[in-house]
Design a protein around this ligand. Sequence first.
Ligand code: MG
Length: 383
Amino acid sequence: MKSITIQDVTLHLVGLPLVEKLKTSYGAEPFKSALIVELTTTDGHTGWGECPTKMRPSYAYETIATAQHVLTEFLIPAVLGKTVQSPTELPKLMGASRGHPMAKHALESAVWDVWAQANGLTLAEAFAAHLPAGHAPKGHALVGVSIGIQDTIPATLDIITKRLEQGYGRIKLKIAPGWDIELAREVRKVYPDITLMLDANSAYRLSDADHLKQFDDLGLLMIEQPLGFYDIYEHSKLQPMLQTPVCLDESIHSAGDAQMAIELGACKIINLKPARVAGYTESLDIYKICVAHDVPLWVGGLLETGVGRAANLAFASLPGVTLPCDISATDRYYQRDLTEPPFVLSAGSVIHTPAGHGLGVSVERDRLAEGAAFWRANYPYQV
Ligand code: MG
């Protein structure tokens, strides 16, 4: 495989209006924010990566502003001018800086893109090249759709109907105390057979176990992250009390966390967000752990633009990703995304991976400029 040498890195702060806001138990942000990394190599390739964290420290402690700071002052200087044989060398190059996984993920993603291009591979093939034989990409990912907290149950049912008509084969509902059991029961009455799951985003406590047991007769695919956002231990107490499989999202920050969660019986399913675990190198290690333990794995989403969506889709097309992913078609999120062509939903609730090398989508410079202008006009916290 060809090595690459990192020549230059540029950051683009962007804001994009959302077609539909996603309200969770953490609240909702007014628009989508992202920090886009543009990376060039000495042999003329340009790669792209996305830091998908939010403006507020809500889902994660990182914000767009902390990511910009850490990338500019520490991570980019650590990689400039460096030659790597593989993108899997990036975590070590950035290792002097603790934490800040989403900032690291953005830079590592851009390196995966240029490395795949330099070696004439799709991004999915680049990931598979770092796995044992037998993990060739499928060419598509199985996907579902996530529905935020609405004002009423009838409004939720209307959105579910619309998404099912669009062809989504798995529905996920965000829940919170007071917006949970009745909602799930009413949805099951109308749609007894759909593939349905819930995401609590850490809204409950272990003392709510009896409350959560009420979901057991609803035939749910899983309940995601019911307890604390760093917790594994209490989830290991909760899972044996429930028939519904528990899926961990927020609590899994590394391959070590995944190993511990599986060995303690804290979950039966893992939601992998590559940005949450500092990139695709760590993601590949989590993938291998899940395959070795026969634990179902899927790829979650953070409302990524086309840059992050293309990369997550490539990862989600690996055969060890076995459950529907939160990677919806572009039109579920944006009227104008940063990339072309848009991702579209195909029959069987799948999205196909692009055929081109690297990310396989083109980043549109005029959209980046629009996104930067939107950011400057709308960022709510700057004085
Ligand atoms: Mg989640």
